[in-house]
Ligand binder design. Sequence first.
Ligand SMILES: *Cc1c(COP(=O)(O)O)cnc(C)c1O
Length: 381
Amino acid sequence: MFKKYYLLSPGPTPLPEDVLSVAAEPIIHHRTPEFSAIFMEVSEGLKYVFGTKQDVFILTSSGTGAMEAAVVNTLSPGDKVITINGGKFGERWGKICRSYGLNVREIVLEWGEDFTKDQLEVELKADPEIKAVFATLSETSSGAVYDIQGYGEVVAETEAILVVDGISGLGATPCPMDEWKIDVLITGSQKSLMIPPGLAYIAFSPKAWKFVEKAKLPRFYFDAIAAKKNLEKQTTPWTPAISLIIQQKKALDRIKAIGLDGLLEHHRILAEATRAGVKALGLELLAKRPGNILTAVKVPAGLDGVKLVRTMQSKYYAYIAGGQDPYKGKIFRIAHLGYMCGFEIITSLAALEMTLADLGYPVEMGKGVAAAENVLRENWK
Ligand SMILES: *Cc1c(COP(=O)(O)O)cnc(C)c1O
């Protein structure tokens, strides 16, 4: 058979055809009215996705660059912060903050466990000197989503700011920045925003801007004040990733065409179909609050999870993701993120069933696929 590649990972995600083809066009210069018009259109489109009236800045970096930008632009050495570590990406907040000499109170959760707004409130009351809370909308390593709306209510009552990593979640699960009182929201380009890796986006609330003005951590490349001054002139401080921004315009056109609500509904349907499929196979999810971004599934006892993922990838070319760090071999992750459709879910589940059978696991072929088909048929629009 031809080796047809199915990208079923939670970043990078598959790209729409027009997003791919526009990257092949000749490059244009960035200090021109022609590029500025595209740049401003993308900046406006991102405000729509973020649910904010604030400026959204376009950084040339992977998502982690925007995480670093959030830290260096708002804090000063020795500041006390809370980081919520429910997996690999929440853990990264702690690593970045410690690298910059912040005083970190790290809340370490079991992967997939929830952390409620009431628990956060207790932490904040215990230490009124906390300057910032670092949270994750969708913890991509565990498939869990957190109550960002609740965190926003609690943090808004304090002097602290709420900083949210929305890198895999934004566009796939609700997260209206202004309405939910988020102070710094970031995301990356290679997840629900449907372009290649390489751009990251960040916005600051008026409360966060007061922090930006006073922050003393060293910053240069990611200086938000420089970004703001340049955005007023419809440009960026440094050479932007021109082709990626043009690709983002194309992808935003698609998002505007189905609408943000349509995009969220799309992810809900794909997620429900996936969950129905894996549950019909008798498998269990890792997350207590599973998100609509990806589904992390526990590897059944007696099976080698590393081999399962390797077989799906090398035999069937179905590139789902394995578990990371302590969960390597213990979970696998099926994404339903970005430019995927119902038939990608069917492909994932069919490849999963075939792989389980290959590994000698008792599986009734077609059972997971049928459960997903039923969800898709009822919801298809
Ligand atoms: C993908 C991802 C990141 C990391 O982004 P990079 O682009 O690899 O730097 C951070 N946080 C979350 C939740 C992610 O899903």
